[in-house]
Design a protein around this ligand. Structure first.
Ligand code: DAH
Length: 339
């Protein structure tokens, strides 16, 4: 009996796993419902009475030995199995995928920063606007042919309400608040009933700027735009003003910036003109000041308006307007904030 116990103890001690099945065999042999230890207990009655207690204890410690061995082997075999299955420590780490700011937000913020350096604050207004602020107040009465310059989405229930076609509507609202002098820019989303293509979209973003004070002149306007162009497109940027027409400004102009790719020599980006159109501007029409309750004999002002998408397209040489709103991560990922 004692020899048998010793022999089993040695067997337990020396047991090594070779695959999961051998461990299972071990379990059945020593810990299963018909394990060998049970046979030993059964044989106790053949042992001399004075040795029974001692033999019983040896069998019990054999049982503990088998259990401990089994536990430690099954733990380490599970670990080994896990490591084999899906962790390859030689692979490079996965890393965090950081998001990036939308390029239009970056350009928007850049414009805000440029103008804030010369004392402009930021104003906002509603996207669903009434006719007065979007058209009539801005010198575009009903039936005015210039209304056709901007295809409008009207609110079906009440055509006096519409989706604003430009941020000039905020200009109207700021003027009505009459906290003079006014030096503000108004970034925001605008809507037009246009077929979506590489060059047109039914929604886009604009920034309007206005400066109203005593004795504001066209020279102030030109200087402000020149400052903006150099900040936005670089020290070499030149501007030129072409006479134009907007109902809310008189005189009005369109501003071009020198093409930074060819430096006015002509290339396919500027369509061989050397210049790229960036914004519309002018001296605020006295009628518009009057409409907002500001006395045009005392105050004068300038206004300008530009498209943020257009600015971003020129800056990043993006040729298709649709890219800005498709949310293609591969496209958006290329624009990183510099801070
Ligand atoms: N509102 C014009 C547009 O959407 C842009 C514009 C032109 C704004 C001239 C102005 C301006 O303030 O003076 O096309």
């Amino acid at each position: 009996m004692e020899d048998k116990i010793k022999e089993l103890s040695q067997q337990i001690e020396e047991f090594k796993i070779e695959g999961k099945e051998t461990l299972e065999k071990f379990r059945i042999q020593f810990l299963g419902s018909k394990n060998v230890l049970k046979d030993l207990f059964a044989e106790i009655r053949n042992v001399a009475a004075d040795k029974r207690k001692e033999v019983g204890q040896s069998i019990n410690s054999l049982k503990t030995q088998a259990q401990n061995k089994f536990d430690s082997l099954s733990d380490s075999s599970e670990e080994a199995e896990e490591q084999k299955s899906d962790i390859d420590l030689t692979l490079p780490g996965e890393g965090f995928k950081l998001g990036s700011r939308h390029p239009l937000s970056l350009v928007n913020e850049e414009i805000i920063e440029i103008f804030s350096k010369i004392g402009f604050n930021v104003s906002e207004g509603p996207e669903v606007e009434d006719d007065w602020h979007n058209f009539t107040g801005l010198n575009l009465p009903d039936e005015h042919p210039a209304r056709d310059m901007q295809d409008t989405f009207f609110i079906e229930k009440d055509p006096d309400w519409l989706l604003r076609t430009h941020t000039s509507s905020v200009q109207m609202r700021v003027m009505e608040a009459k906290e003079l002098p006014i030096r503000t820019i108004t970034p925001g989303r605008v809507y037009r009933n246009e077929a979506i293509s590489a060059r047109a979209h039914c929604f886009f973003h604009q920034v309007e700027g206005i400066y109203i004070d005593k004795k504001v002149s066209f020279a102030d306007l030109k200087q402000t735009i020149e400052y903006f162009a150099k900040e936005m497109f670089g020290e070499h940027a030149k501007i030129r003003l072409r006479p134009s027409y907007f109902p809310f400004t008189e005189p009005s102009a369109e501003v071009d910036v020198s093409c930074s790719l060819c430096n006015t020599k002509g290339c396919n980006v500027c369509k061989y003109t050397g210049w790229l159109e960036i914004l519309g501007c002018g001296m605020i029409d006295p009628n518009v000041l009057k409409n907002a309750g500001i006395d045009p004999n005392e105050y004068s002002g300038f206004a300008f308006g530009m498209g943020i998408e257009r600015m971003a397209m020129l800056k990043y040489e993006v040729k298709d307007l649709r890219m800005w709103s498709e949310n293609d991560i591969r496209f958006l990922d290329q624009f990183k904030a510099t801070w």
